[in-house]
Design a binder for this molecule. Structure first.
Ligand code: GLC
Length: 490
């Protein structure tokens, strides 16, 4: 009895000790995630605007809940249970080790541009590189996939022949930034298209095979596709070349996703023979996080409308909250709603441009956010003038407020996931290699991310390092790693 009450006393003391620690941490988080208040000449309208955007502002408790859901989905995914997180094995167990030599090609498909690269490596360092961008018309992005792959092969040939390398055997790493199931380092079956692509006949097919066949049909080069990867993986590998502490690759661009270095013994999906690998890169495919409904508690009407206006409705839930392809549209949807409710733009002219989906791109959000950083309004006026309406000071403030709320939520969501990855990887000091237009051009994301990750993963040492063109150069580096691994097996 006595023992029990001592235990009870100790436990309740421990609880209050915990409360003392948790409550300030919760308070700090709550304070940190506040956005600047809306400035408005009309108090009633101000409150209505703030009220309408209330659900876009995550509370500290919601932040904790998102983290719990993310952890649970990651664990299910890695244990091959139903989950919205694919947790795909990339079969890349090692980074660059300094022995890589020679010329490698890279193909980068999935971002804003399609590119072919030639990279020359000496002692695992890039000594020379050549890049050429090619346009992919929308008629190739939507429809049958065969013309698309023929075009990719045509671009590779054009590039290689221009370099006078048509008779040289060249290994090629293929960055294919779409969700795929990997059966090996050079086998990637497309799960679904995303972003602005939709060629249904490619779904379920091995895209390496499609590329090899298209190259063979031409038969005018000696290119050997030896690896397929995702842009996050390329970014991680490229980041690790200059900073060996890199253990996470992050893309915040048209789409969003991350990969990280996982303990090999935790990875169950492994179809090729193991060779004592200690670690392996796992592609999370977090764009689809919440596609099974687990994140519905943060979905607002604005998100539903954004989804309805997208190419692939009911998919890529998380990506639609954060990525460059969608952030501008979220802002537009909110502004259109505020206009309809008489809370934005008093002009008599209907702002048709604003009411049309897709008309407010994310680069404009970044442009407006720059004003908030500078305390100015020049960019905001410039953007609003595109909508051909008369604006006043209140309209400027409302637009800046909406851009901040939507951008801030994106930064917070990404930070929640990154903070958990730092805990999961559990190394003393971790560098996160980042690439993508949104990260590069949005003036506030990085600062917010540092603030939120520090609060959500207290005591963890990390840094965000820009790894430009990881999806391009990284593919060439992965091709070199693939060649090294193959030689070891042969
Ligand atoms: C999409 C793709 C993913 C890619 C990301 C960033 O989410 O599914 O594979 O990494 O976009 O480009």
């Amino acid at each position: 009895m006595k023992k029990r009450s001592i235990t009870f006393y100790a436990l309740s003391n421990f609880q209050s000790l915990l409360d003392d620690m948790v409550v300030p941490a919760e308070r700090a988080l709550h304070e940190a995630i506040q956005v600047s208040p809306l400035v408005h000449s009309d108090e009633a309208k101000k409150q209505k605007v703030e009220n309408l955007l209330k659900e876009m502002r995550l509370s500290a408790a919601t932040v904790r809940r998102i983290k719990e859901v993310f952890i649970s989905e990651m664990n299910k995914g890695i244990h091959q249970q139903p989950s919205s997180l694919q947790m795909e094995n990339t079969y890349i167990p090692e980074l660059i080790d300094g022995t890589e030599e020679g010329q490698y090609l890279a193909l980068d498909l999935g971002g804003t541009n399609f590119r072919v690269l030639l990279v020359e490596l000496q002692h695992g360092k890039i000594m020379r590189e050549k890049v050429k961008k090619y346009e992919i018309g929308s008629h190739l992005r939507i429809g049958s996939g065969y013309p698309l792959f023929d075009y990719l092969a045509e671009c590779v040939s054009d590039f290689v022949i221009n370099e006078g390398l048509q008779d040289t055997e060249l290994p090629l790493g293929f960055t294919f930034s779409f969700p795929m199931v990997q059966h090996a380092l050079d086998i990637g079956m497309l799960v679904t298209w995303t972003k602005s692509y939709n060629c249904p006949d490619v779904v379920g097919k091995n895209t390496v095979q499609l590329l090899r066949e298209a190259l063979a049909r031409r038969g005018d080069t000696k290119v050997k596709v030896n690896a397929i990867l995702n842009d996050t993986t390329g970014t991680l590998i490229q980041g690790a070349m200059s900073d060996p502490k890199t253990a996470i690759g992050l893309i915040l661009g048209t789409g969003s996703n991350a990969c990280y270095v996982e303990r090999a013994d935790r990875v169950e999906h492994w179809e090729v023979e193991r060779h004592g690998e200690k670690e392996v890169i796992v592609d999370i495919e977090w764009g689809a996080f919440g596609d099974n409904g687990v994140l519905d508690f943060i979905k607002t009407d604005f998100d539903r409308e954004n989804d309805a206006n997208s190419i692939l409705v009911n998919s890529f839930t998380f990506e639609k909250y954060i990525a460059g392809k969608y952030l501008g549209e979220i802002v537009r949807v909110i502004l259109a709603r505020l206009y309809k409710d008489g809370l934005f733009l008093s002009s008599k002219v209907t702002p048709n441009a604003l009411l049309t989906p897709g008309n407010l791109t994310t680069d404009l959000v970044s442009h407006i956010e720059q004003d908030t950083v500078d305390g100015g309004k020049k960019n905001t006026v410039e953007v609003l003038s595109k909508f051909g309406v008369t604006i006043d000071e209140d309209d400027i403030n409302v637009v800046q407020y909406v851009c901040e709320v939507a951008s801030n939520r994106a930064a917070l969501l990404v930070s929640i996931c990154l903070a958990y990855l730092l805990e999961r990887i559990n190394k003393d000091d971790i560098s996160i290699a980042v690439d993508g237009s949104l990260f590069k051009h949005h003036p506030r994301l990085e600062t917010w991310m540092y603030k939120y990750i520090r609060l959500l993963a207290p005591g963890r040492k990390f840094k965000l390092v820009l790894a430009e063109d990881g999806s391009g150069k990284g593919a060439a580096l992965v091709s070199a790693i693939a060649q090294r691994l193959q030689r070891r097996i042969d």
